[in-house]
Design a protein. Structure first.
Lengths: 164, 786
């Protein structure tokens, strides 16, 4: 009786673990441009992408937090990724978008310069982050190697973590 | 399994309710030891808990309640007089019972905390057996049946007797209930029948069974666990007048999860936002289509929706309301214990316990009240001798009062004790280095009383078990501030102290005053706003780097909202300014703002984890126009204000950067035709101003918003794609910094009504095409004063 139970438990455990491995094989990302570089985040962590709307400044926060905006009744913080990455702030253009990302317990909008495309990339094509790539530690999940370019894959949980 | 879990949850909810009741009843009982009704209801509580816990196999709890029941039963039968020392043991056992129930709630069993109940059980036994002999003769004559048996009898016999008694009680009660039921049925035959506690009649039998034999089969025990509804109705009715009893027994209730109510409240919040938005849109539409017929209909719909929403909001708020009795109930017991511990005689008078408050507030208000009452008992009320010497009654009196005042509830704690000595408070505060001697001299008595809320200031000479560590009142202050409440302390040395807590009725939807600081808007909870005044700037004085205002006979420190929140200064202040006087707990502050927008009902939304805990901001709300407005945290604002030393008068006088030559001036030309823009440009060449261009209203608005250029005048074409000239003008005028910006309409629309609309939308000039270059030039010159 006990053995049988164990077998079933093990089988179930396998079933839980395996599909994850399969998913790891191909990662779906959304690419976007900030400054000169191309970045990407997992498609599943994106709640929606919207055109710039009005926001309200919030006092006494770091300058990369632009403020809060109203997303259909929820108040959501807006973060300027250019400033977060210590780049010169840019003007809002036709291509500017807010990417609303959803983490475990936080949701925030991020200002990006331009969207590129949805990307499918093999897990084996993702390398570990170079050691001294960014001033912002731990924000980078890995470097995606593509045929003609490379992109920086960001860690959404880390982006959504308050660091002030 | 799930069934058991459900039963367990029900059991806990019920047990905690019963326990609350029992505390109250026991203290009352001590005052009237002969009140049989009270005694019966207490007995029933112990009995109910025993029954249910034995069903759920909580042996420790069953054991304890069993012994309690013994004692109470003896008392009920008049074989035992409830004296102080007996009460002490009973109360102690109730405390243990609470501890066990907590353990069950937290761990799911009553054994893991390893509570030892043997000691208390022996003591309970000692009382129920050993002292019977002493008390039996003392039994008085008002209990007809019970006292007939004055001698201690065999345990078993006693139990059987109990069931007789119980059966009689039950029958009587059921008969009463039946009568009421019949009455009600006669009154309204269509109304659903109240739930009859059918298992009740079984109760007595089960009771005797479970006492005779603890290994009852399940069937019997289930009945006993289903029974509680009956005794509870009785217990709660016991201390209300007879008339009420009938009404409350008939009231039907449903137990609803708090989570569901919270969800409902959130939905209502959304609805209120929608309503605000609708009202705003109606206002806009009204301006535009004045006199049109559909407006009347729209008006009707909007007002009825707004009315219904408000009613709905109140109704849902009411479902979350609990009587403050929920909190007050534990104080008689606390005061009793304290008075015995401190060796003082203290009486607690409670009134207004039926006043209702939001559940979340009821939960927060308990702790502060505990601290205040402990303080009153320990420091306020003197001991009996001292009181007699002062010519007061030997028994100290603490009054706990609750009542409604507008949108607030006021809780008043009054004691007739020693009162506060402002001089001692001042010197203590100086000693601890909290205030300077000069500050102390300038302090009114009222301000000195407020010192008791400072952490680590205690006037008690000795630290006792009860209080004196200087923590309690600090807790009071923080908790009340959290609730946006106001504390008012008044005291007369030798006569007593009155502490008033003024708390808003609800937390989720509040009234707020909307104010503008330069281009930004903030909401201040109206509960904290004492008044608003308009003052000329030269009435602001500076004392030691602080701005102050003399308001009537008070000196009020002032701080500019834009300085606290680092708002960018975009336009100069006028000669007059608005001051919002805010008050919280015991302090006051004047906040200088640029505009007062008005009072609005706002729904508080959290800023989320990411932006939580920003100093000075309590949350956000979404206004009628869809924008987010931040809500000020008044307590934090007061703290922030202390660090700000900007001379308001001086900084208001320094003007924004001035322009000296024509090329410093910038004119924005908005027209969808490039040719027209060129003509404008050409016409303005002789002035020498810089001309920038936009091809439609939206683009122009973005340029103005980005504040890249400081624009001095705008030439606006009316017919443009994306956003027309009228809308653009209206949008521009929404910014206070552009209130006086010259907007010049340049258009081929010449009719009178077009001109009128231009004026309405905020245009300052109206030039019709075609125009001569000289005319345009002169108009621009005139408007930018060149």
């Amino acid at each position: 009786m006990n053995d049988k139970l164990n077998q079933i438990v093990q089988k179930q455990q396998k079933q839980i673990e395996e599909p994850q491995k399969k998913e790891d094989d191909v990662v779906q990302l959304v690419g976007f441009i900030i400054g000169q570089e191309e970045y990407a985040v997992p498609i599943l962590s994106i709640q929606e992408i919207i055109k710039p709307i009005e926001y309200t400044r919030v006092p006494s926060v770091p300058d990369y937090i632009l403020g809060v905006f109203n997303l259909r009744g929820s108040v959501i913080p807006l973060i300027d990724l250019r400033r977060k990455f210590k780049m010169e702030p840019s003007k809002v253009s036709e291509d500017t978008r807010y990417i609303v990302m959803k983490g475990r317990d936080n949701t925030a909008g991020f200002v990006i310069d331009r969207l590129t495309e949805a990307i499918r990339i093999k897990g084996s094509h993702i390398g570990p982050p170079p050691e001294t790539i960014h001033a912002e530690k731990g924000l980078v999940y890995g470097i995606g190697m593509r045929d003609d370019s490379i992109l920086t894959i960001l860690k959404v949980e880390q982006l959504l973590k308050r660091d002030f | 399994m799930e069934d058991i879990q459900e039963i367990l949850e029900d059991f806990l909810v019920e047990a905690f309710e019963l326990i609350e009741q029992i505390d109250q009843n026991l203290v009352e009982l001590e005052a009237n030891p002969d009140d049989l009704e009270l005694l019966n209801s207490i007995f029933r509580v112990a009995h109910t808990i025993k029954g249910s816990s034995s069903f759920l196999n909580f042996d420790v709890l069953t054991h304890l309640t069993h012994h309690m029941e013994d004692v109470l039963n003896k008392a009920r039968h008049g074989e035992l007089k409830l004296k102080n020392h007996v009460m002490d043991v009973v109360l102690e056992s109730i405390d243990l019972m609470k501890a066990l129930l907590h353990a069950i709630r937290d761990n799911g069993n009553d054994t893991s905390i390893g509570l030892d109940i043997t000691d208390i059980c022996t003591r309970l036994d000692a009382i129920s057996s050993g002292e019977d002999g002493n008390t039996a003769p003392a039994v008085t004559s008002e209990k007809p049946k019970a006292e007939v048996a004055p001698v201690i009898e065999d345990d078993n016999k006693d139990y059987s007797k109990l069931s007789d008694q119980e059966v009689e009680d039950e029958i009587e009660r059921l008969l009463k209930m039946r009568k009421e039921e019949d009455k009600k049925r006669r009154e309204s035959s269509g109304v659903a029948k109240p739930v009859t506690p059918t298992p009740a009649p079984v109760a007595p039998t089960t009771a005797s069974l479970s006492q005779d034999d603890d290994d009852d089969d399940d069937g019997e025990d289930k009945k006993s666990s289903a029974r509680p509804s009956a005794p509870r109705a009785d217990a709660s009715a016991a201390n209300t007048p007879a008339k009420k009893e009938a009404a409350s027994a008939m009231e039907q209730t449903i137990r609803v999860e708090v989570k569901r109510l919270d969800h409902l409240m959130n939905l209502i919040g959304e609805l209120v936002l929608g309503k605000n938005r609708l009202l705003k849109i109606y206002d806009d539409v009204e301006e535009r289509y004045e006199g049109e017929k559909f407006l009347e209909e729209l008006n009707q719909v909007v007002s009825s929706i707004s009315l219904v929403t408000t009613d709905l909001q109140i109704a849902v708020m009411k479902t979350r309301m609990l009587p403050i009795a929920k909190v007050f109930n534990k104080f008689p017991r606390m005061v009793r214990d304290l008075s015995r511990e401190l060796g003082k005689q203290i009486e607690l008078e409670i009134s207004g316990e039926e006043t209702e408050l939001d559940k979340s507030i009821v939960e927060e208000i308990g702790d502060p009240l505990v601290h205040i009452i402990r303080n009153s008992c320990d420091h306020g009320i003197e001991n009996g001798k001292a009181r007699l010497l002062k010519g007061k009654s030997e028994v100290g009196l603490i009054q706990l009062k609750a009542y409604n005042e507008g949108n607030h509830i006021v809780i008043e704690i009054t004691d007739d004790g020693n009162g506060l000595d402002p001089d001692i408070l001042r010197s203590k505060a100086i000693e601890k280095g909290m205030i300077s001697e000069r500050e102390a001299d300038g302090m009114s008595d009222k301000e000195a009383f407020a010192l008791i809320f400072k952490p680590s200031l205690s006037t008690a000479k000795v630290v006792t078990n009860v209080s004196g560590r200087g923590v309690g009142m600090d807790v009071v202050k923080t908790n009340i501030e959290k609730l946006n409440g106001i504390i008012d302390v008044d005291s007369e040395l030798g006569r007593g102290t009155v502490i008033k807590l003024k708390i808003p009725l609800t937390l989720a939807i509040i009234q707020a005053l909307l104010v503008g600081a330069q281009e930004e808007y903030y909401a201040i909870p109206l509960a904290s706003v004492l008044e608003t005044v308009r003052i000329p700037l030269d009435e602001i004085y500076t004392i030691e780097g602080k701005n102050v205002l003399r308001l009537r006979d008070e000196v009020l420190s002032l701080v500019r909202l834009s300085d606290i929140f680092g708002v960018k200064q975009v336009y100069e202040g006028a000669e007059h300014t608005y001051v919002v006087v805010i008050g919280l707990a015991e302090s006051k502050l004047g906040v200088v703002v640029d505009t007062l927008v008005g009072q609005e009902e706002i729904v508080i939304k959290s800023l989320g984890d990411y932006l939580q805990g920003i100093e000075g901001i309590a949350g956000a709300t979404i206004r009628g126009d869809g924008r987010v407005t931040l809500i000020i945290d008044v307590a934090a604002l007061m703290n922030l204000a202390k660090g700000i030393t900007v001379d308001i008068r001086a900084s208001s006088e320094t003007a924004v950067k001035t322009k000296t030559q024509p090329s410093d001036y910038v004119v924005l030309a908005v027209d969808d035709s490039a040719m027209d823009r060129n003509i404008m440009k050409k016409s303005m060449e002789p002035i020498g101003v810089k001309v920038i261009e936009a091809s439609n209203g939206q683009e122009a608005l973005n340029m103005l918003k980005s504040a890249e250029y400081s624009i001095d005048a705008v030439l606006i074409d009316i017919e443009m794609p994306r956003m027309d000239g009228y809308t653009l003008a209206g949008e521009i005028r929404k910014y206070s910094k552009y209130k006086n910006l010259p907007l010049i309409a340049v258009t081929s629309r010449t009719s009178k009504s077009d001109r009128l609309r231009g004026v309405e939308s905020g245009m300052s000039e109206y030039i019709t095409k075609p125009y001569s270059p000289e005319y345009l030039e002169s108009v621009v010159r005139k408007n930018i004063k060149l």
